[in-house]
Design a protein around this ligand. Structure first.
Ligand SMILES: CC(C)(COP(=O)(O)OP(=O)(O)OC[C@H]1O[C@@H](n2cnc3c(N)ncnc32)[C@H](O)[C@@H]1OP(=O)(O)O)[C@@H](O)C(=O)NCCC(=O)NCCS
Length: 168
């Protein structure tokens, strides 16, 4: 995920994930306004509408939305490559964080990687984004490298995190 750090958010969200009754489905272009509002609340350098549309047109790109009631509360975008899966974007609505939504999106992606017999899942994360790193580590991702000065806005390093996928 090539561009930004988590913005701080106010307030304490309830932690009971089950009460949210989350559903998952693929992202459509009509979802873009809602997705963009989460994107802009989540990143200092958010993707534009055009960037989302271009990304979703890539043949190997996949998306998953988390939906509570009729509201989009999170999303993940990734590429299915020949033997690996690359996560390109992940965000959860600031008011819905710490309820397991980010973890559930990643777990769905891990299942997708297993179904496709892929060997690993890779992603990049800002060195300063400790919340995301903690989430990734809790699912078994490990830091395998550093891209020095990867983020053009402030020259911050990216950590390359990798999960070796065990066949199910
Ligand atoms: C990172 C992000 C997707 C996590 O989503 P989330 O739904 O809040 O995460 P979860 O509730 O599934 O958290 C799972 C675990 O991750 C860790 N974690 C998540 N957010 C954390 C935080 N702010 N501080 C510390 N640990 C955190 C915890 O271990 C947590 O488990 P716990 O709540 O039982 O302690 C969300 O904070 C976000 O959208 N951030 C802004 C965008 C971003 O940084 N995306 C990733 C770019 S690489």
């Amino acid at each position: 995920m090539g561009r930004s750090a988590e913005k701080p958010h106010e307030g304490e969200a309830p932690r009971d994930f089950s009460e949210l009754d989350i559903r998952f489905r693929k992202m459509e272009s009509s979802d873009l306004d809602e997705v963009l509002s989460i994107e802009r609340a989540s990143f200092s350098h958010p993707w534009s509408a055009r960037f989302f549309l271009e990304e979703l047109r890539v043949p190997c790109a996949r998306s998953l939305l988390a939906i509570a009631g009729d509201k989009i509360v999170g999303y993940i975008i990734y590429w299915l490559l020949s033997d690996s899966l690359d996560v390109h974007n992940l965000a959860v609505h600031p008011e819905c964080r710490r309820r397991g939504i980010g973890r559930s999106l990643l777990m769905a992606v891990i299942e997708d990687a297993k179904c496709g017999a892929l060997k690993r899942i890779t992603l990049e994360v800002r060195k300063s984004n400790e919340a995301a790193q903690k989430l990734y580590r809790s699912l078994g991702f490990a830091t395998r490298g550093v891209r020095r000065g990867y983020y053009s806005d402030n020259g911050e390093d990216a950590l390359i995190m990798v999960l070796d996928v065990e066949p199910s």
